[in-house]
Design a protein around this ligand. Structure first.
Ligand code: AMP
Length: 420
């Protein structure tokens, strides 16, 4: 293995493509910042129990995919596999829920780690932008989050995504359904692993991708028929609010998602150009999570959108984002005196907000012009002794090839005007 090889299941973000990733993060965050969500950042690792209690021992994320380790001091930690449990933990620690302003609305952006089998769109280190609205039970809040995700994807130009929606019921009706489903599943012809799953996480079996299993599931009791009146009314209102907002969704009774903490509203965003790893984001209501990790009752709802897969979705739709120019002006000095003068001018341009770069390393004219071309700059500034003696620099338009002298004292203004 090459010493320069990134670990399996990871990849590096490298310019210019890394610019797309940054733009995706910003596009997802923008509607949140505009809707009362405050930015939160939590550590990359937490005490392992936070995830085993919060996300759930029976989930793949915790039982198979967690990067858990023991520190030299004997503390059991895990790299965070998801964001919700950490954000809720941090909100409880800071007593944000006691400040009398519920819901507490937070957004985050960061790296997450799961020891998964790597494939296209599935990595061991990936990136999410997420949002959590903590401490309120209100269908409008569930609708708000779905609407904001829809807005984020649309602002990026994405069109081939669908919103799948379901209700998982609450602590009243879900256990009744669970019993009924377990009864049905126990009578089927299933492998050992799946049989074990019946006892610990039966709803997940509905999600099984294998045809042989799906065939047997025909006629399985459906949660929809077990929802209590309160859950039904809640779900109906979420649906109405989405429709009123012009957000199209599909009811998907089999959508259960891989985390134990969800109650009532669950949803997933899938993109049709991504093959098997089609989920670009997902979320739902988690009314019981706070109590599961030892906090007070705090009904909450949230989502996390995968940044890596959103970038892949853009590629699948052939969308090229209009990224701000990394370099608008590139300076090419000819000689020592010009080097000092142009370096000062570049500094001045940057302070004036113009993206500017400089030919470093003592290159000759030819090499420096090559760098200017590669930089993608709209203008090149060239100056030699004679120009300086005349108090000018040459401004070359890289599109037309036209070169005009501009007075050094007025160069910043002249360049800003042309770029505007
Ligand atoms: P989840 O917490 O599993 O619902 O994940 C939310 C979103 O994060 C998914 O819809 C994906 O877009 C993204 N995601 C989850 N796991 C991975 C992974 N291993 N690699 C890349 N993206 C992922």
């Amino acid at each position: 293995m090459s010493t320069f090889q990134a670990p399996k299941g990871t990849y590096d973000l490298i310019p210019p493509k890394s610019g797309v990733t940054l733009a995706v993060r910003e596009a997802i965050a923008a509607p949140l910042k505009n809707s009362g969500y405050g930015y939160i950042e939590t550590p990359g690792f937490e005490n392992v129990e936070l995830f085993s209690r919060g996300v759930g021992e029976s989930t793949d994320i915790v039982s198979k995919e967690m990067y858990a380790f023991e520190t030299k001091g004997g503390t059991k930690l895990a790299l965070r596999p998801e964001g919700t449990a950490s954000v809720l933990r941090a909100a409880l620690q800071a007593n944000l829920h006691k400040l009398g302003n519920l819901p507490v609305k937070l957004w985050y952006s960061g790296s997450y780690y799961r020891y998964e089998r790597p494939q296209a769109g599935r990595y061991r280190h990936f990136s999410q932008v997420g949002a959590e609205a903590i401490g309120a039970e209100d269908p409008a809040l569930d609708a708000e989050l779905i609407i904001l995700a829809d807005q984020a994807y649309r602002s990026l130009g994405l069109r081939q995504f669908r919103i799948l929606l379901n209700s998982l019921g609450d602590k009243e009706c879900r256990p009744v359904y669970r019993d009924a489903l377990q009864g049905f599943l126990r009578a089927l012809d299933l492998d050992e692993d799946t049989r074990r799953r019946i006892e610990i996480n039966p709803l997940r079996i509905l999600d099984d991708k294998r045809d042989a299993v799906q065939k047997q599931l025909a006629g399985a009791p459906m949660l929809r028929d077990y929802l209590c009146d309160a859950c039904k009314a809640y779900h109906e209102e979420v649906r109405e609010l989405l429709t009123a907002a012009g957000v199209t969704y599909e009811d998907d009774e089999k959508l259960v998602r891989g985390l134990d903490y969800y109650t009532r509203t669950t949803f997933e965003f899938v993109h049709d150009g991504l093959g098997s790893q089609s989920a670009v984001g997902g979320g739902g209501r988690y009314d019981g999570l706070s109590e599961m990790i030892g906090g007070p009752a705090l009904p909450s709802v949230g989502w996390a959108l995968g940044v890596d897969r959103t970038v892949l979705a853009l590629e699948a739709e052939g969308i090229e984002l209009e990224l701000p120019a990394t370099t608008s002006v590139f300076a090419v000095p000819l000689g020592e005196e010009a080097r000092r003068v142009l370096f000062a001018l570049v500094t001045e341009l940057r302070r004036a907000g113009v993206a500017a770069d400089f030919s470093y390393g003592g290159k000759g004219l030819k090499g420096a012009m090559k760098s200017a071309n590669r930089s993608g700059a709209r203008y090149t500034l060239v100056a030699g002794e004679r120009d300086l003696a005349e108090g000018v620099v040459q401004l070359k338009d890289m599109e037309s090839g036209e070169q005009t002298p501009v007075a050094l004292v007025d160069a910043v203004n002249a360049i800003r005007e042309r770029l505007a």
